[in-house]
Structures are given as C-alpha cells and as structure tokens.
Design a protein around this ligand. Structure first.
Ligand SMILES: N[C@@H](CCC(=O)N[C@@H](CS)C(=O)NCC(=O)O)C(=O)O
Length: 266
C-alpha cells in the first residue's frame, strides 16, 4: 500500500477491541490517519513484514512522525497529548491518575473478554485441530500467557481456570462500572475522557456476545445509559460500528447465546 509519510499510520483489525480503543480516540479528536488492516484470522499478524513493525504480533500499531507505538493505551495517551498542543481536556494532568486507573483496568478487561470470545467463537474450531496443529498454532503467539489461556479454554472450556476467573472478573468489573456511574455521567467525572473510550469496546463486545452478566441476577441500568450516551456520539459509528459487518454481529449473537445459557446454569 502506498502511504503518505506525513499522515500517521494505524495497523489495526476491524473488530479487534484494542483497535477500537484507538479508533475511538482518533475519531473523537478528528485526527487524520491512514489504516492498514491486519487480518488476524488469516494470520497476517505473523507475517515477517508485520513482525518487523510489531514483534508482539498484535494490533494496534501506530506510526507517527517516525515513532512506533504498539500498545493501545500508549497510543491513546500519545494522541491526547498531541491534541490541541496538550490543551485538550483529554490531556488534563489533574485527571490523569483517574484515567490511568481505567486504562490499566482495560488491559485486564481485555484478557477476560479475549477468553470469553475464544470460548464462544473459536473453541469448537480449535478442538478440531490435532494436538500437533494446535501446538504449532499456539507456538506462534509471542505472548506465552495468552497462548496458555487459549490452551486452557480449548482443553477445559468453562471448567478451566482461564474461563472461571474471566467470568468472576466480568461480574466484578460490570459491578464496579455500575457503581461508579451512580456518582458521575462518565467514568472520570462529568465529561467524556480516555477512560470511557478505553472501556466501551469491551462492554460492547460482551453485549454483542449476549454475555452482559445480568444472567447472574444483577442489573446494570447505569452501564446501559452510559453505553447509549457513547453510542449516540458520531465516533461510535466511525470507529466501531462501521467496522462490524452484519455477519460479524450475527456470529457473536449465534455463538454467544448458547454460552450465556451455560453461564445461567452455573
Ligand atoms: N496490550 C495490547 C494487546 C494487543 C492485543 O492483544 N491485540 C489483539 C487484538 S484485540 C491481537 O492483536 N491479537 C492477536 C491475535 O489474535 O493473534 C494492547 O492493548 O494494544
């Protein structure tokens, strides 16, 4: 792909939650960017050319002015520091501690959401592989903890430690968001911040999968209101919805619903 050297490049994948975090900030700040889609299902993250840009074989990767960033949180902070020469409310140093809490939490949220997505969408396919094929597939993943979690999901499903700890985490995080939103309209006070944009893709993926933990008897009206507010912003259409085909959304629903039924029995 031809690229214009002055415009930052984002390597991303359409439905990846970590890519959505960054695209939401790009959309909110109206930053011009050029995208290169890395198809994770086709294994394009393992191509030598991509590994030379991001040895972690993950998306997103952001290249701006010669510097390469390979963590979604780093990219979000970089964009907010640059916005309006550091004068944008997203860059407000007084709010940074609180924002950092949610950015850190989004990394752990990602782990749980990845486990539940793998359980719903990919376990059956991975179970059809021979031991040798599964080992080869997992050996390619540089993040060994991630590979181990996938292995646990394939072998043990809902009974495994990866799934059971993710389910507990999911309930706790929804409860935490629900309680925090009793005080404020957004996660860090009365205004939108990076915190909301870091958390939204995970809450939304869980909703796409029909796995919002209301199956455990809890209700999350504040989370619902918060999500509706964020979904009404143009950034949601630009950064999230427009990258999800109807087939992708249907797949989440079809594969997530039986898992929800299993969870209700626990
Ligand atoms: N901590 C990293 C995690 C990046 C990550 O794991 N991205 C996922 C997509 S959300 C990925 O690229 N997975 C590679 C794969 O599926 O092989 C970040 O937040 O940027």
């Amino acid at each position: 792909m031809m690229s214009n050297v002055d415009i930052p490049i984002l390597y991303h994948s359409k439905t990846s939650v970590c890519s959505q975090k960054v695209r939401l900030v790009l959309a909110e700040l109206d930053v011009e960017w050029q995208g290169i889609v890395v198809d994770l299902k086709k294994g394009e993250q393992f191509a030598d050319e991509y590994l030379s840009v991001n040895p972690k074989a993950s998306v997103p990767t952001y290249i701006d002015n010669g510097s390469t960033l390979t963590e979604s949180n780093d990219i979000m902070l970089h964009l907010s520091k640059n916005a309006l020469g550091g004068k944008h409310p997203f860059a407000d140093p007084d709010r940074l501690n609180e924002v950092m809490f949610w950015l850190d939490l989004s990394v752990r949220f990602h782990t749980a959401v990845h486990v539940l997505t793998t359980l719903a969408l990919n376990r059956a396919k991975l179970q059809n592989l021979s031991d040798q094929e599964l080992r080869e597939k997992l050996n390619r993943i540089p993040d060994k903890a991630r590979a181990q979690r996938i292995f646990d999901v394939v072998q043990n499903g809902l009974a495994g430690i990866a799934a059971s700890s993710s389910i507990i985490y999911l309930k706790n995080i929804f409860q935490k968001i629900e309680t925090d939103l009793e005080q404020n309209a957004f996660l860090c006070g009365g205004e939108l911040s990076l915190a909301d944009l870091a958390i939204l893709p995970f809450v939304k993926r869980i909703e796409f999968l029909q796995l919002t933990p209301d199956w455990s008897g809890a209700t999350f009206p504040n989370v619902q209101n918060w999500m509706q507010k964020l979904e009404a912003r143009p950034s949601f259409e630009r950064a999230v919805l427009s990258f999800h085909s109807a087939e992708a959304l249907e797949k989440y629903k079809v594969h997530g619903t039986p898992l929800r039924e299993e969870l209700m029995k626990l």
